[in-house]
Design a protein around this ligand. Structure first.
Ligand code: CP3
Length: 340
């Protein structure tokens, strides 16, 4: 698989490319399956349909890897939290963690078992996916998940989780330890079900100042990476902590690929991390609105990453109102420009 070779820094005939959120609302075919399922969470919980939408971007766009169709928040859901995806509102939990009893009520082993529908989605997808295409599994970082679990949803200020961080750090660590226990079981089960690589999304890494990032987020990501690497060294690990370019000098660990977000100049990532890790990214996702902007964005990244170890991607998820034609144009352009 070209994608897996690239994750391990091997030379490939072209730079593999996929897009974060590549199975989603910009695809009419996705909307059709989603309406069949009823809503987003039902789609995640119906393996036949989840597998179908996972495969769509491979068939329609020709990306080099599929990413499991699910959400990072199914983990807290199955730990025992009431998750709702209300239209236009984003995800919410009606029972956020406020006390030690709330934390004690959450499950670990049972949660990993209840996520069986994810493992089934993986098995069905892997059966239907071409042998030369990789299937990427994923989870959220403990920090990003804990933030949702404590805030009860999205947040601009992170006030509840940060109040804990500075006033009851031991309690926050207990939450992070418990979430990490589930993530270990969860990713291990994903690997046993057939994923070829895993990506850890730390979407809210940039809410933390340097010292706090390493203590409350990176440390738990690395605990998870070490657990997986010691057991499944053949499975590449991609980390994607958003907005931490100021901390690159201290980034180090047991992973293969570093996902670069779009706000980080790719040149800076290359200088600081490119020698040690394969880089993934990082075209600004809204460039997909214009072919001219795609041309410039791709050219810029190809110029800098030529002859470097690189996987092409966006620097964050594709937006729902991007045209399929432009998404296809982007994928083809990357393949053509990087062919050797
Ligand atoms: O990348 C993929 O195609 C795989 C599937 C995937 C989804 N979410 C599907 C989804 C992945 C990898 C995620 C990760 C995820 N989910 C993250 C980390 C990455 C990032 O974006 O920073 C986060 C923070 C979430 C939480 C989440 N899920 C939010 C905030 C939302 C609502 C915002 C939105 O785009 O509507 C979701 C819903 C969600 N997850 C959708 C999809 C396709 C949209 C649901 C729909 O209406 O169909």
């Amino acid at each position: 698989m070209i994608f897996i070779d690239a994750c391990f820094g091997k030379k490939t005939p072209f730079t593999p490319v996929w897009m974060m959120r590549q199975a989603g609302r910009y695809l009419p075919e996705y909307m059709k399956v989603r309406s069949k399922a009823g809503d987003f969470l039902s789609l995640c919980k119906t393996p036949e349909l989840a597998a179908e939408v996972t495969l769509q971007p491979v068939d329609i766009l020709g990306v080099d890897a599929a990413i499991l169709f699910s959400d990072i928040l199914v983990v807290p859901l199955e730990m025992g939290m009431n998750l709702k995806f209300a239209a236009g509102e984003g995800p919410t939990f009606s029972n956020p963690i406020l006390t030690k009893d709330d934390l004690n009520a959450l499950e670990v082993d049972e949660a990993a078992k209840k996520l069986e529908y994810v493992y089934q989605s993986i098995k069905l997808t892997r059966e239907k996916l071409a042998d030369n295409k990789a299937l990427i599994g994923f989870c959220g970082s403990a920090w990003t998940l804990a933030t949702y679990m404590i805030e009860g949803g999205g947040t601009k200020t992170y006030s509840r989780v940060k109040k804990l961080l500075y006033s009851e750090p031991d309690f926050l660590h207990k939450i992070l330890i418990k979430v990490t226990e589930v993530l270990k079981l969860y990713l291990e089960n994903q690997i046993k079900s057939g994923v070829n690589a895993v990506q850890i999304f730390d979407s809210w890494a940039n809410a933390l100042e340097e010292e706090a990032f390493f203590e409350f987020s990176w440390r738990y990501i690395q605990d998870l990476c070490l657990f997986l690497k010691s057991r499944y060294p053949h499975i590449p690990i991609i980390v994607f902590p958003k907005g931490v370019s100021g901390y690159f000098d201290k980034i180090e660990g047991s992973f293969d690929v570093f996902g670069v977000d779009w706000s980080t100049p790719i040149k800076l990532a290359k200088e600081k991390l490119g020698g040690k890790y394969v880089l993934q990214g990082n075209m600004e996702p809204t460039r997909l609105y214009s072919k001219k902007a795609i041309d410039k964005g791709v050219e810029h990244i190809v110029d800098i990453m030529q002859n470097e170890r690189h996987i092409f991607n966006l620097g964050h998820g594709i937006l729902p109102d991007v045209s399929v034609e432009n998404a296809k144009y982007f994928i083809n352009l990357v393949h053509n420009k990087t062919k050797i």
